[in-house]
Design a protein. Structure first.
Length: 140
C-alpha cells in the first residue's frame, strides 16, 4: 500500500520530535517525483546577534531537506542515508517570516546523491543556494 502525499508529510513531520528539526521548527510541506520542500520560521530563535537569519540555521534547513529527499527516493529497507558534504552561498538576509528550502536532485545514484537546495523567502526571493552530497550505505 502506498501512502498519500499528506500521509508521507505527516509521517515525516512526526519523526522530527525531540530533534534539531523540532527546535528550529522545520516542517516538510511538499514533495514530488524529484523534489522536497520544507519551511522554517525566521524569528529571534534563528537570528545572528544583529537580527538576521543565521547561516548555520539556513544550512541546517538545507541539510534536513536534502537528506529527507535522498531518504524518500532510496530503499531504506536496504540502505541508510547520511550527508557527507554541504556548501552554502548566502545571497540575501532576512529578519522575519518564513524561508522555504526546495531540494532537487542533480545526481541520483545508487551510492551518492547530489542535491541543489534553494532557500527562498515568502516573496520567492533567493536567500541562499546550498549543495548537499549524501551517501547511501548498506544496512548490515
Amino acid at each position: 500500500m502506498q501512502l498519500s502525499r499528506a500521509e508521507v508529510l505527516k509521517k515525516a513531520n512526526s519523526i522530527t520530535k525531540n530533534t534539531l528539526m523540532e527546535t528550529l521548527e522545520i516542517e516538510f510541506v511538499d514533495y514530488g517525483e524529484d523534489f522536497v520542500t520544507a519551511r522554517m520560521p525566521v524569528s529571534p530563535k534563528v537570528h545572528q546577534p544583529d537580527g538576521v537569519l543565521h547561516g548555520g540555521a539556513t544550512v541546517a534547513l538545507a541539510e534536513t531537506t536534502g537528506s529527507f529527499a535522498s531518504q524518500i527516493f532510496m530503499n531504506l529497507d536496504k540502505v541508510f542515508v547520511r550527508g557527507i558534504e554541504i556548501s552554502a552561498n548566502h545571497i540575501k538576509s532576512i529578519r522575519e517570516g518564513y524561508v522555504y528550502a526546495k531540494a532537487t536532485f542533480l545526481h541520483k545514484g545508487r551510492t551518492t546523491q547530489l542535491l541543489n537546495i534553494d532557500i527562498r523567502n515568502e516573496q520567492n526571493e533567493l536567500i541562499s543556494i546550498c549543495k548537499l552530497t549524501t551517501v547511501s550505505l548498506p544496512k548490515q
